[in-house]
Ligand binder design. Structure first.
Ligand SMILES: Nc1ncnc2c1ncn2[C@@H]1O[C@H](COP(=O)(O)OP(=O)(O)OP(=O)(O)O)[C@@H](O)[C@H]1O
Length: 281
């Protein structure tokens, strides 16, 4: 239950127009234990979303295999709930109707509504069950999306930069929320992020991915207790360790994208400014 095995996975995208191909990553091996919270962290384009989509069954691996428990992943399934950066709620339905819609085939309407309310309570939205998406803030919409994914009772929750589009304050609040949900439900969570602090705040382990060649660079266990404080010594020490490798990966990406315009000093300056602002990188 809830265990994810990613074995020797490779992903190549074919470009039919110019008959070329591009391998995003290969030899990716990762086991996520039941109830574990694992973040995928890495520079833009290293394939975090691609890997998550393969686990979700929304994309196929070119080689290797992904298993959830004993089942080989070939397509999306109710054992895996996905939350994306945009909540993608149906604007003509209220919060409770949005959540109930996702489970209405499995049970009677009244039961689906009750269950939807239960999960909106879990994400602390009881007061907003009858609100329409346009009446909700970005953070609230994401909480509805999380409630919708949880209402299907998946073994695994796959989250693709769920807070990437939100402001810092809302993101901090939702970190607490996700931590609470994870502690309450003990779902296995795989969480894609650009943000080192977010990864350290939430995860049991952080999987650092890189590019050219794409793959896993290093896995960092986060061994200190929650709730975690970014100013603590153990937090900043781990942040610096991760940054050391991630900084090099980001420079590689920038060098490739900017060609002759690239200045390594400028890149590290830009990077540390973003870091000091607690920003995404
Ligand atoms: N359908 C596709 N066809 C061709 N190339 C693709 C496709 N989807 C993704 N890619 C490429 O694969 C690489 C990995 O993309 P992916 O979105 O997984 O990276 P990422 O690490 O999640 O990036 P970001 O953090 O910017 O979202 C990128 O170079 C991207 O352009």
């Amino acid at each position: 239950m809830g265990r994810v095995d990613i074995a020797n996975v490779k992903k190549t995208f074919e470009n039919k127009e110019n008959a070329s191909s591009f391998t995003v990553f290969e030899n990716v091996d990762l086991t996520v234990e039941p109830g574990e919270f694992v973040s995928l962290l890495g520079p833009s384009g290293c394939g975090k979303s691609t890997l998550l989509n393969i686990v979700a069954g929304l994309d196929r691996a070119t080689a290797g295999k992904v298993q959830v428990g004993e089942r080989i992943v070939k397509e999306p399934g109710s054992d895996r709930g996905v939350v994306f950066q945009e909540a993608a709620l149906m604007p003509w339905l209220t919060a409770v109707e949005n959540v109930a819609f996702a489970i209405r085939k499995k049970m009677k309407k009244t039961e689906a509504t009750e269950r939807a309310k239960e999960f909106l309570k879990l994400v602390h939205l009881s007061k907003f069950v009858d609100a329409y998406p346009h009446e909700l803030s970005g953070g609230m919409k994401q909480r509805v999306a999380i409630a919708r994914a949880l209402a299907m009772d998946p073994e695994i929750l796959l989250m693709d930069e769920p807070f990437g589009a939100l402001d810092e304050q809302t993101r901090t609040m939702l970190h607490r929320e996700v931590q609470f949900i994870w502690e309450e439900t003990r779902k296995t969570i795989i969480f894609v992020t650009h943000n080192i602090r977010e990864a350290i705040m939430l995860s049991d382990r952080i999987v650092l991915m890189g590019t050219r060649p794409g793959g896993i660079r290093k896995i960092f266990p986060v061994n200190f207790p929650r709730p975690r404080t970014p100013s603590s010594q153990e937090f900043t020490k781990l942040e610096a360790e991760i940054m050391e490798i991630l900084g090099g990966e980001i420079e590689k990406v920038m060098r490739e994208e900017m060609g002759d315009d690239f200045h390594s000093k400028k890149a590290s300056l830009l990077y540390s400014t973003h870091r000091d602002m607690g920003d995404n990188i």
